[in-house]
Structures are given as C-alpha cells and as structure tokens.
Design a protein around this ligand. Structure first.
Ligand SMILES: NC(=O)c1ccc[n+]([C@@H]2O[C@H](COP(=O)([O-])OP(=O)(O)OC[C@H]3O[C@@H](n4cnc5c(N)ncnc54)[C@H](OP(=O)(O)O)[C@@H]3O)[C@@H](O)[C@H]2O)c1
Length: 411
C-alpha cells in the first residue's frame, strides 16, 4: 500500500508548490510573451469528424465549452450535455463563435441536451434520450467537474458524485454504443494526492473536507484518481469484450476557470491576479481533451509503445517516476506539473501500487454508490415531489465566505 506519511504530509504539497512555482515563474511568463507574439504556439490536432457523434459534459463554460467548440469546428455532431437549462446558451455561444470564425459546418449538428450528473435519474434520462436520437457514439468527453465542499441533500459529496459517480453511470449506460469510440476522462494532476482506500469516505462526505483547500487535496483528488482509474478500467473492459474503443485520462493544466470559485471570497481578487499570470486559458486547457479525442493514436503513446494513460499540457523536465510511493516523496513529487506548456504531452500517471486491486475496488465502490444514491434520490423525490426539481441543492455544511454556488464567477 502507499506510504501514508508521504500521502498525508502537508510538507509534500508545500514543496511541490514551491518547486512548481519557481519553475513556472522562470518559464511560463516568458513563454506567454512569445506566444502573444505568435511564436511557439501549440497546434491543435485537426481531423474530419463529419458523421461522427460526440458528447461533451459540462460544455457550457470553461474547458468543456472550448472542447465542444473545436469538435464542432471539425464537423462533428456534438451533444452539449449541460445542467440547469444551460445547454441552449452553450449552443448559441458556439454558433456565434463558429460564425465569427467563418467556419462552415451544419449548425443543426449542435445538439443541446439536459444532464445533471448529481441526479442519477437525469443521467439515465440523458442516456435513454441519446440512444433514442443517435445511433452511434464516437467521442465521449467526461469533462464536467467541481471542487466544492459539502454534500448533497442525500448526504453524498457534491464533488465526488459529480466528478466520478455521475460519469461512471453515464459511461456504463452508453457502453454498448461505444465500439470504436474514444472516451476521454478529464482528470487532473491532483490525482496523485488521491487515495483509493478513501473513495467510500470521499463519496459519503467523511473525507475531512472541512474547507475549500482541503477539498482539493482530499475529495477532489480522490475523484480525479477515480477518473484516471476509470479510464484504465474501461480499457480492461474493452480488451475483455474485444471492443476497439479506447479510453484516456487527461489533465487540462491549471486553468483560469470557475472550478476555482470555491476559493474564499476574501482571496478571490488576489487569486484571480495570480491565475492571470500563471494559469492557462480554457482555450489552452482544452488541448489535451481534444488531442485525446481526435489525434492519431500513434501520437498518444508512451515511449514503450503502449497507449498513454495520462495526457497533460506540460513538458516534464525529469525522467519518469513510475513508483507512486517514491513519486509522492521528495522535492520533485510535483515534477509533472511544471515546465512550459506546449499543447499535449504524454504525462506520468501516478498509480496506486496495486493497480488491479484499485480497479476492482473502484468498480465495486462505484456500483454500490450508484445503487445507493439512486435509491435515496428515488425515496427523496417520492416523499417530496418538489424535490424533483431540486434534487441536490443544499450543501449540508455552510461555507459562508464562499461565492454563492448558483452564481457563476466567470474568471
Ligand atoms: N481549471 C483547472 O485548473 C483544472 C485543473 C485540472 C482539472 N480540471 C478539470 O477540468 C474539467 C473542467 O473544469 P473547468 O476548469 O472547465 O471548470 P468550470 O469552468 O467550472 O466548468 C465546469 C463545468 O462542469 C459543469 N458541471 C458542474 N456540475 C455539474 C453537474 N452536476 N452536472 C452537469 N454539469 C456539471 C459546469 O456546469 P454549470 O455551469 O452548470 O456549473 C461547467 O460546465 C473538470 O473535470 C475539472 O476537474 C480543471
């Protein structure tokens, strides 16, 4: 098992951040200047996606909106899977941008659909509607995500349910449609702080996310490790089923998006300034998702020829460290987040020592959670029909210094 001291030690994160910060300060601002001048821009891969059907979850803003735009630009039929009636606005935004760029594609191929990953019924309704309306699925980008403290009214972590459980059920329901498909799980470099032994605790709000920053290194990290392991579990399933689909986990980079809305209000201004200098734009952040979705597979391989398990935007300045426990300790624990950003690179997945055991745990825990959450939500809505509209609105714990959860910050 992993070294618990290495996992929990706050010094580990502090050292990571200090090393990453020093490196970024030296490399990222000069690169930003060069790229503003048009020098050394990373190139998005291009493909003809005419006739292909893609889904992007959380396509109404941030990295998901940019991913959906580029897939639409390549001629795909693109399903914008968004919650709270925002899919139509997402469609309008994409159409405006395509028109402004004078890209000629069939705008009827941009399809808004409702999907709330916190509601298992919404996920099931989405999958049923998708299978009814489309006969194939070529690209599924499991992008939507939050890093939010608190639990739903049924007692499940908002972050873990949105980031992993909802996507797990969605992918499972669409699985029969996925022969030859590519599935892209938008994970994070924070997966390296996740702990497979804590998935159940994370899902049920017992992981100790007492404040917004704890969420990142606890439940968010656990959910992002689950995203990564889910991609590996899908590969295992594809192989067993002799299916040609492939699955990737990607890190978009640290991007200036609403993901960071739960930074306490009094730090927003300072944090926003910090992000303007050091973080990527959502446009640069979508490069790894788009590359995983459309780049030729030969470009997405590890040096040993195997398909990359984890893609990231950064150049890695030190050799691969394959051992997770070793990777967690020492000043280069965070090496994979540092370095100039340059589109899409093969990154180092920080895997649990017992990968097969963790994959089995993930499947067991995920299936149990899908069943438990579905049952609770059903009882909840039967007891209170009004809850159908707002199945998950209240975080049990209040964080008064945080931005109101329903008001987008739009960094
Ligand atoms: N930004 C970063 O630095 C960073 C770093 C590593 C990984 N990531 C990952 O990148 C992905 C995209 O995040 P982002 O940075 O683009 O954040 P963002 O701008 O906040 O976008 C998140 C998207 O997820 C959607 N979403 C949230 N909860 C949902 C739910 N219950 N059902 C359906 N959709 C839901 C949001 O919709 P609403 O508008 O309705 O809230 C929004 O469209 C996430 O998986 C995140 O973990 C981001």
């Amino acid at each position: 098992m992993m070294d618990p001291i290495a996992l929990a030690h706050p010094a580990m994160l502090a050292v990571d951040l200090a090393v990453a910060q020093a490196w970024w300060s030296l490399t990222v601002p000069p690169l930003k200047v060069l790229r503003t001048l048009g020098i050394g821009r990373a190139k998005l891969p291009k493909a003809d996606l005419t006739g292909k059907v893609c889904i992007v979850t959380g396509a109404n803003r941030g990295v998901g909106a940019r991913t959906a735009l580029h897939l639409a630009e390549m001629g795909a039929t693109i399903v914008l899977a968004c919650r709270r009636g925002q899919a139509n606005a997402a469609k309008t935004g994409i159409i405006e941008e395509l028109r402004a760029k004078k890209v000629e594609v069939d705008l009827n191929n941009i399809k808004p659909m409702e999907l709330d990953l916190l509601s298992m019924q919404s996920v099931r309704d989405f999958a049923d509607a998708f299978k009814r309306d489309f006969k194939r699925l070529d690209i599924l980008v499991n992008n939507a995500g939050v890093s939010e403290p608190g639990v739903t009214s049924e007692g499940y972590s908002i972050t873990f349910t949105t980031n992993h459980i909802g996507h797990y059920l969605l992918t499972d329901l669409l699985y029969p449609e996925t022969d030859n498909a590519r599935i892209v799980n938008v994970a994070s470099v924070f997966h390296q702080y996740g702990d497979p032994d804590k998935w159940e605790e994370a899902a049920t709000g017992r992981r100790g996310d007492t404040g917004p920053f704890d969420v990142l290194t606890h439940v968010y990290a656990d959910s992002k490790l689950a995203n990564l392991m889910h991609a590996l579990d899908l590969r295992r399933r594809f192989t067993a089923d002799r299916c040609n689909a492939v699955a990737f986990a990607v890190h978009p980079g640290n991007c200036r998006t609403d993901l960071w809305r739960y930074v306490p209000n009094n730090l927003h201004n300072a944090f926003d300034k910090f992000m303007r200098i050091f973080f990527l734009s959502p446009e640069l952040g979508c490069y790894t998702s788009v590359s995983a979705a459309v780049a030729p597979l030969d470009r997405l391989r590890e040096p040993d020829g195997n398909l990359a398990r984890f893609l990231q935007p950064y150049w890695c300045p030190v050799p691969y460290v394959k051992d997770r426990a070793a990777h967690q300790i020492g000043p280069f624990a965070g090496c994979q987040v540092i370095g100039p950003f340059a589109g899409c690179q093969v990154g180092t997945a920080s895997l649990p020592n017992d990968v097969d055991g963790a994959l089995d745990t993930l499947r067991r825990v995920s299936e149990q959670l899908v069943a438990d959450i579905s049952k609770k939500q059903e009882t909840h809505t039967q007891a209170d029909p009004a809850a159908v509209k707002a199945i998950h609105p209240v975080a049990a714990t209040e964080y008064p210094s945080l931005a109101p959860r329903d008001v987008p910050i739009r960094f």
